[in-house]
Design a protein around this ligand. Structure first.
Ligand SMILES: [Zn+2]
Length: 454
């Protein structure tokens, strides 16, 4: 058989207005993978039916965040699969007060103290310690309509959490099994951490994410398997999420006196001024968003923060004495968050006559800020996709992603997200996974893990 690598030169032109640019690109029809890497690719192709079976098995168990038994069952299935790849597994329990199932942790290399000690002495160019992130829960609780795993056509399937993120978990697991089957994890130090409450993390977060953060600190690079966005894109940054609560108190009185120095403006005008001024001053800042979710005011009102509900009674001839508004605040960096809060505070402090407002900010999930370290990992992923013959990879738009578990540890390690499965409609009934892209994404994950860890 002829062993020569085929070089194909693809010429294609892009026409932008009157300018025509010719781009010549050499792509190797036979990819530039090593022998070992090619074996990993072949293993993945051969094991796709098993990957789909594992996806179906995990999707058909309801694991809504609050369904503790369901989350544990899915954890047991994935633990069994990690063990097939010679990973050691353990379950991290949460205190009962959190009402969460806990987390699955699987590791290889780290537990072998002698090996770690021996290799750390001789180790100079050895592989990176990796932290792989998945989650076991979904947004679909048992009282929501069931949606068992169903093939919609030859390349699309639906099911609860089929892509967010049981599909991503399967990408991670089959990739690791493929590497293990070729004996390529001998020197690897990998911890896979699959949380049981990503969609609705237990409070306090110091408890529900404490072990997660401490464990990640033992590693150097985190790879998260949340939804992939096409074949040539990964996330090097994610926005963080936080909240705010605005309370306005005002003098009340007959409506006929409103706008006068004596009666003042009332709480509703003041709250409207503040919220509108937030929009005017801050809405054009890139990657910054804030959205009022509840706005309640009247002559009598109350707001229940735990249930995000409230009631109001008011008459048109009474100046409103109280308003409560709650909202979120999403940001790309801590600095952006702090600056936005300062501006919001200044707007709140600039009270109309007869009113007094206070705003309370609450931290939620930190952001995964873009860093040079993250870009370096992207470069490696890009090398992988090039060598697979599908071209380079770029960083996705951080504005298009919400917050995720990886953000809790982004301050400590280099991070990439979006290495999981691709699909549509995450968090909505009828969520789908793209099964045509799945083998490609498993291969991308396997090569990325291998090249980083060897
Ligand atoms: Zn998710």
């Amino acid at each position: 058989m002829k062993k020569a690598i085929l070089f194909t030169t693809i010429l294609f032109s892009i026409c932008i207005g009157a300018n025509q640019t010719l781009i010549a690109q050499n792509t190797k029809a036979a990819t530039t993978l090593s022998k070992d890497e090619q074996k990993v690719m072949d293993y993945i192709d051969a094991n796709m039916p098993r990957a789909i079976a594992l996806l179906k098995e995990s999707v058909d168990i309801n694991s809504g965040t609050l369904n503790i038994e369901g989350v544990k069952k899915v954890g047991a299935i994935f633990a069994r699969e990690f063990e097939k790849a010679n990973f050691k597994t353990k379950w991290v329990l949460m205190p009962d007060s959190l009402r969460r199932a806990g987390h699955l942790v699987a590791s290889i290399g780290f537990n072998d103290e002698e090996k770690t000690a021996a290799s750390s002495k001789t180790k100079t160019n050895k592989g990176k310690k990796l932290f792989l992130i998945g989650h076991l829960d979904t947004v679909f609780e048992p009282d929501m309509p069931a949606n068992p795993f169903t093939m919609l056509n030859d390349s699309t399937a639906t099911g609860q959490g089929v892509t967010d993120m049981k599909g991503g978990d399967v990408v991670m697991i089959i990739a690791l099994q493929a590497l293990q089957a070729q004996g390529l994890l001998k020197d690897a130090n990998i911890i896979a951490y699959l949380t049981g409450d990503e969609e609705h993390a237990g409070y306090p977060r110091e408890v529900s994410r404490g072990d997660f953060i401490e464990t990640a600190k033992q590693t150097e690079i985190a790879l998260a398997f949340e939804g992939a966005n096409g074949l040539n894109s990964v996330a090097t940054a994610r926005r963080g999420a936080s909240g705010w609560l605005l309370n306005v108190k005002a003098k009340t009185g007959h409506s006929s006196g409103v706008f006068t120095a004596g009666a003042g403006y009332g709480a509703i005008y003041e709250a409207a001024r503040i919220v509108n001024e937030f929009r005017v001053q801050l809405s054009t800042e890139k990657y910054l968003t804030f959205n009022p979710g509840v706005f309640i005011g009247g002559s009598e009102m109350n707001y229940d923060e735990t249930k995000a509900t409230g009631t109001a009674i008011g008459k048109t001839n009474i100046i409103s004495p109280a308003v409560t508004v709650t909202g979120d605040l999403r940001f790309l960096t801590e600095e952006q968050k702090i600056n936005a809060r300062k501006k919001m505070q200044a707007i709140v402090d600039n009270s109309l006559a007869g009113t007094k407002a206070t705003i309370h900010f609450e931290d939620g999930i930190p952001s995964m800020a873009p860093t040079a370290g993250n870009d370096k990992v992207l470069e490696l992923v890009s090398g992988v996709t090039k060598d697979m013959g599908v071209g380079p990879s770029t960083a996705g738009d951080p504005g298009s992603r919400g917050a995720g578990d990886i953000s809790y540890i982004a301050a400590y390690v280099d991070c990439i997200d979006g290495l999981g499965s691709s699909g549509r409609g995450a968090h909505a009934p009828g969520e789908t996974i793209n099964l045509k892209e799945l083998p490609y994404l498993i291969k991308r994950a396997a090569l990325t893990i291998y090249r980083l860890s060897k």
